[in-house]
Design a protein around this ligand. Structure first.
Ligand code: DQQ
Length: 536
């Protein structure tokens, strides 16, 4: 549909048409990054799930390849669902995925490349031993899915995987041990469980270094390492992670802070981002996170435009050494190869002001901006009383406080009839301390009917010596924003009708009543990733 064609993204991964959901089995093989994904060959809504497949040299420019796996066996005829890759020390690639059987039972299946010497890994073989795992006793036949990448058992001769499930309303992480990926032993107890969180989809479990900036291979453990556990909460459709310690002997993971446990603590992303998965990039020694970003327009519009959903820009994930309680997510450095013409602005923005930044065609952008709040104003600010600020219930960027909101307006038109504010709000509490919040406000993002408009956000630690910083990736109908170097992330889908293509603009704004801000901005127009069919 030509009317809506501008909504397609230029540098986010998308198939040419139809529906996509979870990223599956990302890996690097012979210099090519491989991305598999949940795909509907027939329509722009979920169903008939097949594994789409694409390859890239740099995680940004992708080539589409033939489907890796289609639902053609009794054990996956209702869908070749989500799975993960494990690269064995001898170079073999193990792909474990969930099959939905003829009777809609969730089973785990094994697949492997037909020809490891093919860098493109075009052909995949489903194991004749499939399915390799049925739901164990006490687990519902529809509550057993999404095997993780395997890690080595303590003896070093076996592998472990975890699979998400639930018992009543408790989300659980079931662990199996195997030496050949065909026969498995169920380990006692659970790796972890959290009451009241419901079904855990797409568990991810991996180490992060406390001292180094590189990523770690999935089997690394020991001093100087914490383990991240992530689960996608089927009940509230968000990806929650927690930092903790993995005891491989007891087969238990324990959160550092029970109040920040899986499903009740931090999210990777406070906007739309789900069913994510990491992999270890053995060439650049980094851990990379992918997430599925769905639409927030009506299903009928997706059918009209013939496609739905994108993948996030792949993000490196590291432990935040400054706070000790967070992860930092950051767009892979390769994205910067798409940066073109740049614009800079250094301005003081007074209370209640909006300042245009001189740029045309601001629908494909990489924006970096830092803000300093006038310190005297912070000192002088009268503390706010009442329940603390919360972006999601704040009413958005139009509601003024003494020390915020301030930030940028993206996908805005000249007259500001449409705009998406990405901003901070600083609240001074009764104790005189300030708390910072990072928000994205979609309320005025579009004049179209039938799109959901939300105010997203979270509180964010701003450590001594840090400015307030935002990086936003703007790509037609998506705004992916990173605060404080990736300590908090918010992804929005927005569907402007006026602030599109050549008409899209950027503004700095300060809607605080009692403080000026000093803003320092640099932004780049972004090229296209030119995603297309592989010339086979
Ligand atoms: N999507 C897959 C499931 C997974 C869910 C099916 C998460 O394997 O639990 O398409 O989005």
């Amino acid at each position: 549909n030509v009317m809506l064609s501008w909504q397609r993204t230029a540098f986010h991964f998308q198939p040419e048409q139809n529906w996509m959901n979870d990223p599956n089995g990302p890996l690097l093989h012979k210099g090519w990054y491989h991305l598999f994904y949940q795909y509907n060959q027939e329509s722009a809504v979920w169903g008939n799930i097949t594994w789409g497949h694409a390859v890239s040299k740099d995680l940004i420019h992708w080539f589409h390849l033939p489907y890796a796996m289609v639902p053609d066996q009794w054990y996956d005829v209702n869908g070749v669902w989500t799975g993960s890759a494990t690269i064995l020390p001898d170079g073999q690639i193990i792909m474990l995925y969930t099959g939905d059987t003829t009777d809609a039972v969730q089973v785990q299946c094994l697949a492997y490349p037909a020809n490891l010497s093919d860098p493109l890994l075009i052909d995949w073989v489903k194991s004749p031993s499939n399915p390799v795992l049925f739901p164990p006793p006490g687990i519902g036949s529809k509550d057993f899915r999404d095997p993780t990448t395997a890690w080595l058992s303590p003896g070093g001769d076996k592998w472990r995987i975890t699979i998400g499930s639930k018992v009543n309303k408790t989300g659980i992480s079931i662990v199996y041990e195997t030496s050949d990926f065909i026969k498995y032993d169920l380990l006692d107890g659970y790796l972890h469980q959290v009451a009241g969180t419901g079904m855990w989809e797409c568990i991810d479990f991996y180490p992060v270094s406390l001292t180094e900036s590189n990523g770690l291979d999935t089997s690394v453990n020991g001093a100087g390492v914490k383990h991240v556990m992530k689960a996608s909460m089927d009940d509230d459709r968000h990806d929650y992670y927690a930092l903790g310690t993995y005891d491989p002997i007891g087969n238990k993971w324990t959160p550092d802070n029970p109040e920040l446990d899986v499903g009740i603590g931090h999210r990777y992303d406070y906007g739309i981002f789900y069913a994510s998965k990491t992999f270890y990039d053995q060439n650049k020694q980094r851990r990379i996170l992918w997430g599925w970003i769905s639409e927030s327009d009506a299903e009928g519009l997706d059918l009209m435009k013939g496609w739905a959903c994108v993948q996030s820009i792949p993000r490196t994930v590291v432990y935040d050494q400054k706070t000790g309680t967070d992860l930092l997510q950051w767009p892979v450095e390769e994205l910067e190869s798409l940066r073109g013409d740049s614009v800079e602005a250094d301005v003081k923005v007074g209370p209640g002001s909006v300042v245009p930044v001189a740029i045309d065609s601001a629908s494909q952008l990489d924006v970096e901006v830092s803000f300093e709040l006038d310190e005297e104003a912070v000192e002088a600010a009268v503390p706010e009383v009442g329940a603390g600020y919360d972006c999601t219930t704040s009413g958005g960027a139009a509601n003024r406080g003494v020390l915020g909101p301030f930030g940028i307006l993206v996908l805005a038109d000249d007259n500001l009839t449409e705009s998406t504010p990405i901003y901070f709000y600083v609240a001074k509490g009764a104790n005189g301390k300030t708390e910072s919040h990072f928000c994205a406000d979609e309320l005025r993002s579009s004049q179209a009917p039938d799109v959901v408009k939300t105010v997203y956000g979270s509180s964010v630690p701003v450590v001594d010596g840090e400015k307030f910083t935002i990086r936003s990736l703007v790509d037609h109908s998506i705004v992916e924003s990173f605060a404080q170097g990736g300590r908090r992330v918010i992804t929005s889908r927005v569907y402007p009708t006026k602030a599109i293509n050549g008409a899209a603009r950027v503004f700095l704004f300060n809607n605080a009543t009692g403080a000026s801000i000093t803003a320092s901005l640099k932004m780049w127009k972004m090229g296209s990733a030119d995603i297309r069919q592989f010339p086979l």
